[in-house]
Structure formats: C-alpha cells, structure tokens
Design a protein around this ligand. Sequence first.
Ligand code: HBI
Ligand code: FE
Length: 297
Amino acid sequence: MDTSAKHGLAAGEAGRPDSPDWTIPQGWEHYTAEEHAIWRTLYERQMALLPGRACEAFVQGMRALPMGADQIPDFYRLSEVLMKHTGWQVVAVPGLVPDDVFFDHLANRRFPAGQFIRRADQLDYLEEPDVFHDVFGHVPMLMNPVMADFIQAYGEGGLRAQRLGHLDMLARVYWYTVEFGLVREAGGLRLYGAGIASSYTESVFCLDSPSPHRIGFELARVMRTRYRIDDFQEVYFVLDHLDDLLRLAQVDFAPLYEATAARPTLEPGDVLPTDQVLHRGSGAYHAARRPHTASCA
Ligand code: HBI
Ligand code: FE
C-alpha cells in the first residue's frame, strides 16, 4: 500500500515523547509554508478523485469539517466539530505509538494523529502515518456515528485481544475495514477505508483495477486473512452497508479467536469456495511484482 499507515515499523521511530500517552502538542503555528503546500497538493489531487469513489458518509463527514486545501487542519478546530457530532477528539502523536497506547486512546474516543507531514519527495509512499493519512483519511469517517462506535469498540477489543494473545486476528478486521474497506452503495462499490481514501494510486486501484479480488465481508474469513503492508492489497472486503459495523462492534471476539485459531491462516490472494466473490481478481498486478513484495502481516 502507499500513502498510509504502516504497521511494519516499531512504534517510536519518530522519537518517544515524555508523556505516558505519547501525545505531543500539534504546534500548528510552527508548520511552514512548504508543509502547508504539501498538504494542498495531497488534498487537491485526492479531492479530485473521490467523487464517485468515496462513500456517502466520507463525503458528508468531509463537508462538515473545518478541513480545506489551504492549510494543514488545526486539531482543536477539528475536535470541536467532531466532539459535537460523535464525541471524538483528535490528538497529536509523533507517528506510530505502541499498540496498548493506541487502543487506550481509541477506547476513550481520542484519535491519535501523526503531527508531521510527509516530505515533498514522499508524496506516494511513507511508512509512518502522517497528518494527511490520519486526518484526511480517518477523520471524515469519525463523523459517522457507526464508525465512531466501531473504532471505539476496536480500542476496547484491542486491549482484550492483547491479553488473549490474538491481536493479529483483530488487527486484520481493522485493516480490512477501517483502513481498506469497501462498501456497496446504490451507484456501485465505494471506498471508506482511510488507507485507500488517503492514497492517490490505491483509491483508483481498489475500485477500477481488474487485479484484486473483491469479496463480501465475512468476519470469520477476514480474521484468518493476512494482509500486505507494503503494497496495494490483493483483496478488498465489501460491506453490504456501513451499518454492518454496528453489529461487528458488539461481537464477543473471545470465542471466535479460539475457533479461528484452529483453522488455517489465509494468504491475501486466496479465494475460498464459500466466498461471496463480487469480482475474482486476475492477480496480474502482484504477479508482475513478485518476488519483490512478499511482506505480509
Ligand atoms: N499508532 N499512530 C498510530 N496509528 C496506528 O494506526 C497504529 C498505531 N499503533 C499500533 C497500530 N496502529 C496497530 O498495530 C494496531 O491497530 C494493531
Ligand atoms: Fe490508519
């Protein structure tokens, strides 16, 4: 994947702050004109792609937020609006934070967003989540009450999954929904995942390319499916409706972990006879790139 959160790095590569919750001041007034200009470039090219690609909730959330081309958004102003709609806030962090810190923020409806912005020579690829991925990609969906509850539930579930030793399976659910999810809408498939919404190239690939599979979302199936952290996804899972996340937020995962751990793990390109296949991918994109990209989590 590109231009989005990577999970292949250890937390704290950007330096560990003194605060136990890893938050730092956004320091909005310290962004330079060059940094605001990078935001503008990313914002404008993404906004031109998203009509007809992003789901209705993303578009509506974006419209209601104090977020535009001119400047990197101010987290306080975003939080004011978010708080009124869904009770969420945006807090600044240096980059990836440890899993337990990340989950604790989410469980308390604080979204940790990278404070920094990528360099001009990294527009399409960076390893840690920056302010463009986190704010442009994630914050519009946090205006949606269903997604707002789902991400909080993920934070709570993450802490439990860690204790049970099954975080890998829960992380796959997050990956294939919050980061790389597609949803059916009246006009056709639409994207809602932040990893794709914030990516110039993958926002087109995920919907238009014949290469990846597009398969109906099924929880037990997704929990078994490894994912790519360094390239486009080979498979996207499609919700019938965003409201399906509501039910997912209430699932008791503990028994599911045991049942799922007993079954084989799936590679991203696998298709099962039981899958609801909306589009069977040709696999051409990844076939052409192998063996360069073999990194899955
Ligand atoms: N930290 N800032 C940040 N953003 C993430 O998306 C993130 C993180 N730490 C851990 C993490 N994600 C994941 O590994 C968990 O979702 C499993
Ligand atoms: Fe992300």
